[in-house]
Design a protein around this ligand. Structure first.
Ligand code: 5RP
Length: 218
């Protein structure tokens, strides 16, 4: 079974967490897209969704799912999203698709965060995948220098602008021994919007698509 089929398995399992007539948060990426497609098959199950990116908003709308602004809804009962890496402690590394800031906002505004991944994303320690950091354009070089001081090797994601009009630095070889501390530390650098560590607000439930079915970590 390939990685996509495992992503789809995890995404379909997340449907079980969706309450009827609710407004839910929806993440970004290929796994989140499988979730949107599964949601679309359940016509009228939800009232609508808050999207974590323009791409997700447009996919939701294409399927006839109503898209709300987070400012209209208040807190959400559920957020469903993928990840680039996850540990058994449910800490995540996200932002491969560059939507990390809106993803973190919607995750933080949600009472329950269900993260859907295939089993290749499960790691003992975060950081093999380069850590995305969203930066205000004028601060790019300054932030890059601070990230080097923290032991990483930042690389500008060329030809990419976030939905918020900012840039992404992908930080290679960062030592992530204490994800919460590093998340806070990077976020304190002036010019950083946020970074792709989800340790202060980890997932509540991990659904891992495997060869044998879906493993659940709570
Ligand atoms: C986007 C993300 C995605 O959740 C992450 O990149 C995983 O993507 P995929 O489901 O395509 O493997 O954080 O910013």
């Amino acid at each position: 079974m390939n990685q996509d089929a495992k992503k789809q398995r995890a995404a379909e399992a997340a449907i079980g967490f969706v309450e009827h007539d609710s407004v839910i948060g929806v993440g970004t990426g290929s796994t989140a897209n499988y979730f949107i497609d599964a949601l679309a098959k359940q016509k009228g199950r939800i009232d609508g969704a808050v999207a974590s990116s323009e791409a997700t908003a447009s996919r939701l709308k294409t399927h006839g799912i109503r898209v709300y602004e987070l400012n209209e809804t208040g807190d959400l009962a559920l957020y469903v999203d993928g990840a680039d890496e996850a540990t058994k402690h449910r800490t995540l590394l996200k932002g491969g698709g560059g939507a990390l800031t809106r993803e973190k906002i919607v995750a933080s505004a949600s009472r329950r965060f269900v993260c859907i991944i295939d089993d290749s994303k499960l790691v003992d320690r975060l950081g093999r995948f380069p850590l995305p950091v969203e930066v205000i354009p004028m601060a790019r070089s300054f932030v890059a220098r601070q990230l080097v001081k923290l032991g990483g090797q930042p690389e500008l994601r060329r030809g990419f602008t976030t939905d918020n009009g900012n840039l992404i630095l992908d930080v290679h070889n960062m030592e992530i021994a204490d994800p919460k501390r590093l998340e806070e530390k990077i976020n304190q650098i002036a010019g950083v919007v946020t970074n792709g560590l989800f340790a202060l607000r980890p997932a509540d439930i991990l659904l891992i698509g495997t060869e044998d079915g879906v493993e659940r970590v709570t």
